[in-house]
Ligand binder design. Structure first.
Ligand code: HEC
Length: 238
């Protein structure tokens, strides 16, 4: 446990960087919460940096697969259509229909939870929130760290607790995956999942950043002739 929290804390710098880069604000004004360590001292948990890369279609596709298989049973993503996943992630619609449509048989449908959230609220004590905009609400790094921070806790109803969201009502649904994979592989899978969730929250994010870069570059270049023109116009005016 301690090594996990230390390695999470070690990557904390990334949280600050992603905040300055203008990604969504992490909940609670940055950081991933506090917890009481084995010595009974309260420690601050720094967020790990989620590997967000919308140009990596393989990662997004794998993330979509994990999301549909491990999350859509309980959580909806009601603003995303399956057909949009097929188009943006470059997955042939037949494959989406075959492997990614777990809660509907119409490719134009939004992603609805398999089980009614109200029924789930009575099972878990809290209804699983819609996840479409989750990474905008909490920040990519918060979600990434949250998914990496489940630990065994026999006192909880599902035998698992979470460092980021203390007493989370959500079971550790990736438990089997974590058991089967090495720590690095597991992080990479969760990274793909969060990459997909970030795409889902704002599909145009990558384009926006690229266009933004060129707009600023254009304005900077434009500054040169504008400055020279300004000098020229005013040169005779004392
Ligand atoms: C068995 C049902 C179930 C499954 C499957 C499930 N969740 Fe959850 N999830 C919940 C419940 C219930 C909550 C509410 C937790 C709370 O508020 O304590 C939750 C909360 C969350 C939250 C925190 C929301 C917030 O902002 O407070 C995130 C993020 C999340 N889930 C992501 C996922 C992801 C990603 C997956 C797939 C890997 C997943 N969940 C699979 C039931 C589930």
């Amino acid at each position: 446990m301690n090594t996990l929290t230390k390695s999470l804390a070690g990557l904390g710098l990334g949280a600050a960087l992603s905040l300055t880069a203008g990604t969504a604000l992490a909940a609670g004004g940055g950081g991933c919460g506090t917890f009481v360590n084995a010595e009974g001292v309260e420690e601050h948990l720094a967020c790990s940096t989620a590997p967000i890369d919308f140009t990596n279609k393989g990662s997004l596709q794998n993330g979509a697969k994990i999301f549909m298989n491990y999350c859509a049973g309980c959580h909806s993503a009601q603003y995303v259509r399956h057909s949009r996943i097929a188009k943006d992630l470059e997955i042939p619609p037949e494959l989406v229909e075959k492997y990614l449509m777990v809660t509907t048989d119409q490719i134009g449908d939004h992603i609805n939870a398999e089980i009614d959230p109200e029924i789930q609220a009575s099972w878990f004590g809290a209804a699983p929130p819609d996840l479409t905009l989750e990474t905008r609400l909490r920040g990519d790094d918060w979600v990434y760290t949250y998914l990496l921070s489940f630990y065994e806790d026999p006192s909880r109803p599902w035998g698992a607790n979470n460092l980021v969201l203390a007493n989370a009502a959500m079971p550790h649904v990736l438990h089997n995956m974590q058991e089967e994979l090495s720590a690095e592989e597991f992080k990479s899978e969760v990274g793909d999942l969060v990459n997909f969730m970030a795409w889902m929250a704002e599909p145009a994010r990558h384009d926006r950043q690229v266009i933004g870069f060129f707009v600023i570059l254009f304005l900077l270049v434009l500054l040169i002739p504008v400055y020279l023109l300004n000098k020229e116009f005013w040169k005779d005016v004392k």
